[in-house]
Design a protein around this ligand. Structure first.
Ligand code: 5AD
Ligand code: SF4
Length: 466
């Protein structure tokens, strides 16, 4: 299985794997050994789509060598292109859209028995609850994504999501809670709730509010942390802002995509808020939760974006001082309204503006990380650090380097101090206090420490001990 794209695709890929298990398919890391290759795709930006087609193209050689190999393509590009993908790539067997995951096992069985090719891009107005959430997760994981709603009704003019993910539709709270309880039973300690606009959770269907859902999840024993993404600035409610103070498991981080600092561009993007409204919400968040980390998305080179508009984006970045951001060059997407807007910005200009955003942000991220040197941070241990995973850790004398994140979503790599009680076996999923000794632009480094966190968290986080 190859997953390209966002966290929602990661979640979908897990559902796909669970659905195919009863047909005796197991995940393999080797393309050469696979009997079935599923590529889960992303269409959000032109670059992501190019990546999909170049990967799919490379699979032609494998199919030639082994004609029984089944190759399927799912996700947003599948939804967008449908049967055209099979015309363009004759070595593919199956195209299944974003609403067809539940029907995938049956489609694979049909292809095996009838040696046919299948396209299933049918969409529904209501979310179909995954049939195969049953068993939590098999591998030991500390953090997991849980999709709480699908689709989007906002129609930002640059965005393909409403077309490839369909209408907004929420899962029932009891199903979400049941899924999280099972994950927790299998060792998960942190969940990230996923939706294109979590603030409107349950509104259409008259279910509970998003904050009510958070409250219910907050009550689940042995779950230590809750995150969510993404929150649309226009719908960020006072109730949700207050939840950062009220709910002790809710992490002190919000991803709040601004997209542009210019009111003129925000209007053309159909974002339905102004920079003033955005800044007001940032103030409210910081009043309620002073150390909250705020991250964002920015698009540079939207059609008609003048140098003055772009400067307003840089100015806004200086006013807010984001903890981190994702920045993108605007690209035309099929069906999105901005395709028809005049004033397209050249590739070179977009590249130059992107670099300016990244350089400015680097300054703030590095400065914010440096300020944490010497502090003691509470970290949820997710596993061994990436560097550690690259070295051979069968050598028992070697000191293990662990990795986790702060509530504010900063990556911390660390060693256990000599006085640390927890054995290596007990580290995963534990909350530990780490003294920050070195800071980098994208991570922090330190050693566990028995002292209380200096990060004046509003509330202490406590480990769950079985
Ligand atoms: N061009 C560039 N960036 C885009 N995004 C969405 N659509 C486009 C596009 N057509 C960015 C937005 C969004 C993030 C997920 O991707 O910033 O928040
Ligand atoms: Fe796309 Fe806008 Fe919906 Fe986000 S809110 S998924 S940017 S249409």
């Amino acid at each position: 299985m190859n997953t390209i794209g966002c966290q929602m695709n990661v979640y979908d890929s897990e559902q796909i794997a669970k659905g195919l298990k009863p047909l005796h398919y197991e995940i393999t890391a080797s393309l050469e050994k696979a009997d079935l290759i599923i590529v889960n795709t992303c269409a959000i930006r032109e670059k992501a789509e190019q990546k999909v087609f170049s990967f799919l193209g490379r699979l032609a050689g494998l199919k030639r060598k082994r004609p029984d190999l089944i190759i399927g393509v799912g996700g947003c590009v599948a939804q967008q292109e449908g049967a055209k993908i099979l015309e363009r790539l004759p070595h593919l067997d199956l195209v299944f859209g974003t609403h067809a995951i539940n029907r995938l096992p049956a489609a694979v069985q049909t292809i095996v028995s009838k040696k046919c090719r299948i396209v299933d891009i049918q969409m529904a107005d209501r979310i179909k609850e995954p049939d195969f959430v049953a068993n939590g997760c098999e591998a030991k994981h500390v953090t997991r994504f849980v999709t709480i709603m699908q689709g989007c009704d906002n129609y930002c003019t640059y965005c393909v999501v409403p077309y490839v993910r369909g209408r907004e539709s929420s899962r029932r709270p009891e199903n979400i809670i049941r899924e999280i309880r099972r994950l927790v039973e299998s060792g998960v300690r942190e969940v990230t709730l996923l939706g294109q606009n979590v603030n409107s959770y349950g509104k259409k269907e008259n279910l509970c509010t998003f904050v009510e859902l958070l409250r219910r999840i907050n009550d689940i024993d042995a779950l230590l942390r809750i995150r969510f993404t993404t929150s649309h600035p226009k719908d960020l409610s006072q109730e949700l802002i207050l939840a950062f103070n009220d709910l002790h498991k809710l992490c002190r981080h919000i991803h709040l995509p601004i997209q542009s600092g210019s009111n003129r561009i925000l209007k053309m993007m159909n974002r339905k808020y102004t920079r003033e409204i955005y800044l007001e919400k940032i103030d409210k968040l910081r009043n309620i939760c002073p150390r909250i980390a705020i991250t964002t998305d920015i698009i540079v080179g939207f059609p008609g974006e003048t140098r003055t508009d772009f400067k307003e984006t840089l100015e806004l970045m200086k006013t807010v001082e984001f903890d981190a951001l994702f920045a993108f060059q605007y690209s035309d997407r099929p069906n999105a309204a901005a395709v028809r807007l005049p004033g397209k910005i050249s590739k070179e200009e977009k590249k130059e503006r992107l670099q300016q955003v990244l350089d400015l942000q680097d300054y703030f991220t590095t400065r914010k990380n440096k300020a944490l040197k010497g502090s003691i941070q509470t970290v949820l241990v997710e596993g061994l650090s990436k560097k550690q995973n690259r070295v051979n850790h069968s050598d028992k004398s070697q000191r293990l380097q662990w990795s986790g994140r702060t509530s504010t979503n900063k990556i911390v790599n660390f060693f256990k101090n000599d006085d640390e009680n927890a054995s290596d076996e007990d580290m995963m999923g534990r909350l530990v206090n780490v003294k920050i000794l070195k800071t980098f632009s994208h991570s922090l480094w330190g050693k566990t420490d028995s002292k209380e966190p200096t990060d004046v968290g509003l509330r202490g986080e406590k480990s769950y001990v079985t």
